[in-house]
Write a protein that binds this ligand. Structure first.
Ligand code: NAP
Ligand code: FER
Length: 340
């Protein structure tokens, strides 16, 4: 491959299961010239992120699919080679979205300058970039960890998870990671300072979580969905918070697992929250006031399905679970003098 040429990786076809090399094509093209307001960048670092798997598909999604035959998208850290934008000069370092190629043309407005004296420029693709920001806001804004609480995170040694656990520690929480190897576990505990870590491939998730979280789980930052989420749910505490950040266990799946697909919750930032009516006893008067008024004004309709005789109770109850009741099922056990 010649240095005076551009190298690009194109997406050739959408993988049906795990992506394969043959889904991509490496091509050589001329290095492009920047137009007015544009910059020619030489890519130094290209970020590879799980979300890209979602783009390699024409399945409906929150994001537009990667176009077949085009350069794969991706965040990049680059050096400016030629600039036709007043705010950028040759030699400067920038973070942008130039994709899987050695040289890219970018509009100046889509680039942010990097100062190599502050942190290594590659960090702009990780801890000081999109993954770090994901960790920071998902944990703090949705997880709302309080000192003393237990925070569990999956993909814990990764770009997002490693930051989640460390911020949890900064906030005075117990941090527990779930990862896919002993080596990662070791790193998460001994280098990152998590309190415990579980190997999802070799340990029984339920018993390992129980042992690692003796006070239960207050926050679970979910990066995987699937079996880890299933096990975590068995140990959650009253009022636990679960930022649903990623579902990587299903990104390569040909068919979605049985049971509910939680992806729409992530995409729509929807909320699932447990409810127990007993929590609202103090607001009973408020309820009675409104509902009585609406009934009297004819704004609420109400249907009762009254079966007669105590002896009908077992069958009526069996029917309730089969949908045979139509309205609120009640057994009339005795005479109602108010109805005479
Ligand atoms: P990462 O953790 O650096 O790398 C992905 C990791 O996922 C792998 O190393 C692996 O770790 C784990 N993994 C892969 N397949 C898995 C499976 N079948 N079951 C369980 N774990 C599996 O990636 P990242 O960039 O930090 O992203 C982590 C998650 O955050 C992803 O789900 C991503 O989509 C999500 N994310 C969401 C947003 C958002 O705005 N919602 C933004 C950024 C990232 P182990 O083998 O160690 O478990
Ligand atoms: C991911 C990275 C980014 C991801 C979603 C996003 C579900 C979405 C970012 C946005 O639209 O702001 O891995 O996985």
């Amino acid at each position: 491959m010649s240095e005076s040429m551009n190298q690009q990786i194109l997406l050739k076809r959408y993988p049906t299961v795990a992506p394969q090399e043959s889904d991509f094509a490496l091509v050589e093209t001329a290095i492009p010239e920047p137009g007015d307001g544009e910059v020619l960048n030489r890519t130094i670092y290209l970020s590879l992120d799980p979300y890209m798997r979602g783009r390699m598909s024409d399945r409906a999604s929150y994001a537009t699919p990667a176009e077949l035959g085009k350069v794969m998208m991706g965040s990049t850290v680059s050096q400016v080679v030629k600039s036709k934008h007043p705010q950028f000069s040759e030699g400067e370092f920038v973070v942008g979205y130039d994709g899987w190629q050695a040289y890219g043309i970018a509009k100046g407005a889509s680039l942010r300058k990097l100062d190599p004296k502050q942190v290594p420029i590659s960090y702009a693709l990780g801890i000081t970039g999109m993954p770090g920001m994901t960790a920071y806001f998902s944990l703090l804004d949705i997880g709302k960890p309080k000192a003393g609480e237990t925070v569990v995170v999956s993909a814990a040694s990764g770009a997002v998870g490693s930051v989640v656990g460390q911020i949890a520690k900064i906030k005075g929480c117990r941090a527990v990671g779930v990862v896919g190897s002993d080596e990662k576990c070791d790193y998460v505990v001994h280098e990152l300072g998590f309190d415990a870590c579980i190997n999802r491939k070799t340990q029984d998730l339920n018993s390992a979580l129980k042992a690692a979280c003796p006070n239960g789980i207050d926050v679970y930052v979910d990066h995987t969905a699937g079996p880890i989420l299933e096990a975590v749910l068995q140990q959650i505490n009253l009022g636990a918070r679960i930022p649903l950040v990623g579902l990587i266990s299903q990104y390569n799946a040909e068919k979605l697992p049985t049971g509910p697909n939680l992806m729409p919750l992530l995409v729509k930032r929807a909320l699932i929250k447990g409810f127990l009516v007993g929590d609202y006893q103090e607001r009973h008067a408020e309820f009675i006031h409104d509902v009585s008024q609406w009934l009297q004004a004819g704004k609420l309709k109400y249907k009762e399905d009254i079966v007669k005789g105590l002896e009908t109770a077992p069958n009526a109850f069996i029917g309730l679970l089969q949908g045979q009741n139509f309205g609120k099922l009640i057994v009339q056990v005795g005479d109602d003098p108010t109805q005479r």
